[in-house]
Unconditional design. Structure first.
Length: 149
């Protein structure tokens, strides 16, 4: 499942803004795939814990998506000079926002997951080793991905 399905399901996940609804859908998608592998019908009264124990895996898809977003943020913030991508992430684009409640911003996910302010995030992301060390403490999935180099 990790080799064939996840790359397709997580394609472009670095640019997603994850709200609670999307997180729930990712978890449901992962469980649906595991149930499909075990050939457990949806009418069978099997809990998610039973499915996870039977397959011997943990839920990892959402953690992988979050780890990839954190890695992408650090990569983009280290770019030198004026870069449109960096300006968009920092929210320095000119213009007026629409009326009403602001939607969850991409940057809000990063701030929530790390617990740092925007200034602290930018300073920390500029140092690659420091950023990787911090994000591996916050998200262990990122640690396993970056140590295979």
């Amino acid at each position: 499942m990790k080799a064939l399905v996840w790359p397709i399901a997580a394609y472009g996940c670095e640019s997603w803004t994850l709200r609670k609804n999307e997180e729930t859908r990712l978890d449901a998608f992962e469980m649906k795939g595991l149930r499909r592998i075990l050939r457990v019908l949806w009418t069978a009264k099997k809990t998610n814990e039973w499915v996870l124990n039977k397959t011997g895996v943990k839920r990892e898809l959402l953690d992988t998506v979050k780890a990839r977003k954190l890695a992408y943020y650090g990569h983009t913030m280290r770019k030198q000079g004026s870069c449109l991508e960096k300006e968009i992430m920092q929210g320095t684009m000119p213009g007026v926002r629409r009326q009403g409640r602001p939607r969850t911003a991409w940057k809000e996910n990063i701030k929530t997951w790390t617990g740092l302010s925007v200034e602290e995030l930018i300073r920390m992301a500029e140092d690659r080793d420091k950023w990787r060390k911090y994000t591996s403490m916050v998200w262990p999935t990122l640690e396993s991905r970056t140590t295979k180099e």
